[in-house]
Design a protein around this ligand. Structure first.
Ligand SMILES: [Zn+2]
Length: 277
């Protein structure tokens, strides 16, 4: 499944890796009554008792390079069997994996980088450099990782560390490709990056990962965030900026294809999906 559009004067395509079946809403949004979560989900036309999210990978063509932002679950099925569709979406777009010049990672969780390496230990994108925050790489290669990070750590060791020679680390504010700037947004992980694009766009990653719950309950301390309090602070800071600057948003986990804008709504926020063209 693909969706073509433009970001400034750059060609852009959303490539679906398919949806994930996650946990019960109250296991993820821990501060909000379950009834309120269920009502918000139902009002958005979603299942009230289970979180399902899309995976919208952005392919950007800039400066003569093909750049893929996040790459989905690969062959792993811990969040169901409807994911792992990125290779099909690339084929539908007529893009060979060998023509991808850069893999850019918002962070190193499973659903964002487990499409990097094939199960046979060869890279799925054989000619791609890998860009990620220096803080993210440092976190996943540090000595002290808690047990709840074991699954993610195993993924980092399978998908990223064998390709360490290709990893380029990014700093906050770094303009590392034409029209593309890194924005350090820690909390979900210590080195989570959002990306700002020329033309007034922002790829938000997992800072406000769920539409509508992350917008309606931005102060909820998410069990998915490595530092839930920092996650709240960063989410508020990001959503304020997106609303104030009226940036166009690429939402990785938002309902397909994940494009829209953020508005303030009575002390919280609302995501307004772009009209499908
Ligand atoms: Zn995610």
């Amino acid at each position: 499944m693909i969706h073509r559009f433009e970001i400034g004067d750059m060609r852009a395509t959303i490539l679906s890796d398919g949806p994930l079946r996650l946990g019960r809403p109250g296991r993820i949004f821990t501060d909000t009554p379950a009834a309120a979560l269920g009502a918000a989900l139902a009002a958005a036309g979603q299942a009230p008792d289970r979180i399902f999210v899309e995976q919208n990978c952005l392919l950007l063509e800039t400066g003569g390079k093909r750049v893929l932002f996040d790459n989905g679950m690969g062959t792993d099925t811990m969040f169901g069997t409807a994911c792992g569709r990125l290779p099909n979406s690339l084929a539908e777009a007529g893009v060979g994996p060998e023509t991808i010049d850069a893999l850019v990672l918002t962070h190193a969780h499973s659903d964002h980088c487990w499409g990097t390496m094939g199960d046979d230990g060869t890279p799925n994108f054989p000619n791609a450099s890998i860009y990620m925050a220096e803080q993210e790489l440092a976190f996943w290669t540090a000595d002290r990782i808690t047990s709840q990070d074991d699954v993610s750590l195993a993924g980092v060791r399978k998908h990223l560390l064998p390709l360490r020679d290709r990893i380029v680390t990014l700093r906050d504010g770094e303009a590392f490709l034409p029209g593309v700037q890194a924005w350090l947004t820690p909390g979900h992980t210590p080195g989570h990056l959002a990306f700002l694009f020329d033309g007034g766009w922002c790829l938000t990653g997992d800072v406000a990962f769920h539409e509508p719950l992350s917008y309606a309950y931005p102060d909820d301390r998410s069990s998915y965030d490595a530092d839930p309090d920092q996650g709240v602070t960063t989410r508020r800071r990001m959503l304020d900026r997106l609303a104030s600057e009226r940036l166009n948003v690429v939402g990785y986990h938002h309902p397909w294809p994940g494009l829209g804008q953020v508005e303030r709504a009575g002390g919280v926020y609302r995501f307004v999906a772009a009209q499908a063209s």
